[in-house]
Design a protein around this ligand. Structure first.
Ligand code: ADP
Ligand code: MG
Length: 370
């Protein structure tokens, strides 16, 4: 069995560290404090929240805003998840709270519930119906929590997507959530500028709604122990390569597990030596060639120049030297490209650190293909 996993939420032996973050999240939630959890993509936010909620043994559900198409879709998800918090026998009772009745199907064996509001609601609609539907749905968890006499936690993952779903959703949600006494909200986001805009701009409805927590990388000594332990569970000695692995991935959890996953597949000997890192990186960049060239193809000329410069180790894209060397029109052109690429997550910039290309394998691919 490959001792490394990447992509989805990880738990159990694939999850490491984060003890203090878990403690902090649980203690805030138990006191009813809403939270805004922020970090770049793939640092482990979803895994952390999942772990914290499991540890807390509280009732909770997660809405991944990336998967929500529109307000009706959100209402469907919401009602279904809210109903599954309660006892089976109570469902009918709670449905009475909804002014627009959904079509409900229940799997008797698994008690799985599916909810859909009939398309009449959409067609015959008018936005008034959708609004009623949405506000009833957003209200439902509070009603259920109050009835159960138990606090409930709702996690919104990739919350910045709210602005794609609808322009008025922020206002509607905030208007309802502010009265809730029995539901604690956790907002998870990976586009820092958008999340800051939503929660730190006075003009916006969610201004100061939750306490901010920024998730950092896993500290190097702990992550290095994790890598060594995972390899040694398969009788492989990785002590000789772990430092170089973390250097390549910059200690970012997802890419570290991705690289180690590949190294494990390629490992023939019981003791690993640094040469295997290059082999694994080659393998990964070859495997993802199609994706990488599609990303590259979607960039403008100036974006390409900025990325090439940064990939080549020139970290100050707005300097005169940089724009001359890479033949960019002006420092301000370069600056606005950088801001856009940071917002998209293609580049990452942390306080006091150099700008980096988010995906270290893509960076390798770019350097190799030039
Ligand atoms: N605590 C952790 N320990 C080990 N690996 C982790 C941890 N958190 C995240 N990862 C790695 O990063 C990947 C992405 O994690 P995820 O929770 O989906 O991040 P995010 O929600 O921030 O995008 C996981 O699939 C796993 O490989
Ligand atoms: Mg996530």
């Amino acid at each position: 069995m490959n001792p490394f996993r990447f992509g989805n939420v990880v738990t159990g032996e694939y999850f490491t560290n984060r003890q203090s973050e878990i403690k902090e999240i649980i203690s805030e939630i138990k006191s009813g404090q809403h939270i805004v959890l922020m970090s770049p993509r793939r640092y482990g936010k979803s895994s952390l929240v999942n772990e914290a909620m499991k540890t807390s043994r509280m009732k909770w559900f997660r809405i991944n805003m990336e998967l929500i198409a529109d307000e009706i879709d959100l209402a469907n998800y919401y009602v279904r998840n809210a109903l599954s918090l309660s006892k089976f026998e109570k469902i009918k009772h709670y449905l009475k709270n909804l002014k627009i009745q959904p079509y409900i199907q229940i799997q008797p064996k698994t008690s799985e519930i599916s909810v859909s509001f009939s398309t009449d609601t959409q067609a015959g609609t008018g936005s008034r119906n959708i609004s009623t539907l949405l506000s009833d749905s957003l209200q439902l968890p509070e009603t259920i929590a109050k009835n159960m006499k138990k606090k409930v936690v709702i996690v919104f993952d990739e919350f910045q997507e709210i602005r794609r779903i609808s322009r008025t959703l922020e206002r509607k949600m905030r208007g309802i959530f502010q009265y809730h006494q029995n539901v604690t909200y956790v907002f998870v986001g990976s586009q820092e500028s958008m999340i800051r805009e939503i929660f730190q701009n006075k003009k916006n409805p969610f201004y100061k709604f939750g306490r901010h927590i920024t998730l950092h990388k896993i500290p190097e000594p702990e992550f290095s122990d994790f890598v060594i332990k995972r390899f040694s569970s398969q009788r492989i000695d990785a002590r000789g390569i772990v430092q170089d692995v973390l250097k390549f991935t910059d200690g970012r959890p997802y890419y570290t597990q991705q690289l180690c996953h590949e190294i494990f597949i390629l490992s023939e000997k019981k003791t690993l030596t640094p040469g295997i890192i290059n082999k694994a990186v080659d393998q990964i960049t070859t495997e993802h060639h199609a994706d990488y060239s599609r990303w590259w193809g979607s960039l403008t000329n100036t974006e390409r120049k900025v990325i090439i410069g940064i990939a080549s180790g020139d970290y100050n894209p707005t300097s005169q030297e940089f724009i001359r060397k890479y033949n960019i029109k002006s420092a301000s052109t370069s600056g606005s490209v950088v801001s856009k690429l940071i917002a998209l997550g293609t580049l990452v910039k942390k306080n006091g650190e150099n700008i980096k290309i988010e995906d270290p394998f893509w960076k390798e691919w770019i350097l190799k293909n030039r």
